[in-house]
Design a protein around this ligand. Structure first.
Ligand SMILES: Nc1nc2c(c(=O)[nH]1)N[C@H]1C(S)=C(S)[C@@H](COP(=O)(O)O)O[C@H]1N2
Ligand SMILES: [Mo]
Length: 332
């Protein structure tokens, strides 16, 4: 028999499969049902399960962003989500500096209202969307994705968002639209890192159109049931779970459909290190870092073993067909 399993993780302990909050919600539901009034109990249950992964209570909570679990194949990993504190204090967001704690210390200066995202280029219906319009464009889904950084670490992040395809479809791409370019904000007044020359600003990323239209490609507005903290790319960012983290551009302002493969910020800065595709691939090493295994943030005890990295970050069943027949050593 062929046993299907998520290749991205070793079988987790039972305590990892059911996060405590979800387990306790279930217990509460059973208790309410036993006490009678099943209708009211179920209504309350449905509402609460809109936050399957609640953010921890703390003084400065961000606005709630309710969502329901995604039905997209592969969108919810069974792996234990990384702690909210780790996800929001260990960041790469070079517009605020290159240190891991720079974004959480300095991104408070980012103004996320008003905010617009322009969808343009090879489309029949170009349009500038206000952030409030985007928040209502499609039902918010909870997706729990692995994120693998090319530097050799990974996290599991519960996002709120919807498939980027929803937005692209509404723009009506022309037959010449072969790639999608993502431009992020580069404002020296709000972003101290933009004064440095580490990268060519603005930060630009790109996908092939079929990658951009894949249901797993996410436009994210929140994490842990709240709007995105600035350091994670507020108010809206891309998340492409089968590619290295740098493809998931933060604080998007422009989405441009184009005919030719775009030049991307990382590919321009170091072409031997960062290819256009940048699919997670344990068999193709980065010149400075092995990609065969990874360190899970929050698990870094002295004796913590490294986890093996899975092909396409564990999303091979869903996205493998996009690359049928391609030499992934050449198209890295
Ligand atoms: N605009 C912008 N987006 C960015 C980056 C950046 O420096 N600027 N860093 C990327 C990298 S290298 C990673 S690993 C992820 C990290 O996302 P996180 O901080 O939400 O975990 O964001 C990506 N998106
Ligand atoms: Mo990264």
């Amino acid at each position: 028999m062929h046993v299907q399993r998520d290749p991205g993780f070793d079988i987790p302990a039972a305590s990892e499969i059911t996060p405590r909050a979800v387990y306790e919600q279930r217990r509460e539901l059973l208790r309410l049902l036993a006490a009678g009034g099943a209708g009211a109990a179920l209504a309350g249950w449905a509402q609460r399960s809109a936050h399957a992964q609640p953010a921890p209570a703390r003084p400065n909570r961000l606005a709630a962003l309710p969502s329901t679990r995604s039905g997209v194949a592969g969108a919810v990993t069974m792996e234990k989500p990384t702690a909210y504190d780790d996800i929001t204090t260990y960041n790469n967001f070079y517009e605020f500096g290159t240190g891991k704690d720079d974004p959480s210390r300095l991104a408070g200066s980012l103004k996320t209202r008003p905010w617009t995202v322009s969808v343009e280029g090879e489309v029949g219906k170009p349009r500038v969307w206000g952030i409030e319009e985007l928040l209502k464009l499609a039902p918010m889904e909870e997706r729990i994705y692995r994120l693998r950084c090319v530097e050799g670490w990974s996290m599991v992040i519960p996002w709120q968002g919807w498939s980027l395809a929803e937005l692209i479809r509404r723009a009506e791409p022309t037959s010449r639209a072969k790639f999608v370019e993502f431009h992020t904000l580069a404002d020296k007044a709000q972003m101290p890192g933009v004064n440095s020359r580490v990268l060519l600003w603005p930060y630009v990323e790109g996908l092939r159109i079929d990658e951009a239209m894949h249901p797993l490609t996410l436009l994210a507005f929140g994490l842990y049931g709240e709007v995105l903290p600035n350091q994670n790319g507020a108010p809206v960012r891309l998340v492409v779970p089968w590619k290295y983290g740098f493809k998931s551009a933060k604080s998007l302002v422009k989405i441009r459909l184009v005919e030719k493969q775009p030049a991307t910020a990382w590919n321009v800065s170091a072409p031997q290190e960062y290819g256009f595709y940048s699919n997670v691939n344990p068999k193709v090493d980065h010149p400075r870092w092995s990609q065969a295994s990874e360190r899970r943030i929050g698990e870094d005890g002295l004796f913590q073993r490294k986890r093996p990295t899975a092909m396409f970050n564990g999303y091979e069943a869903q996205v493998g067909p996009l690359y049928a027949g391609m030499d992934l050593k050449k198209f890295y």
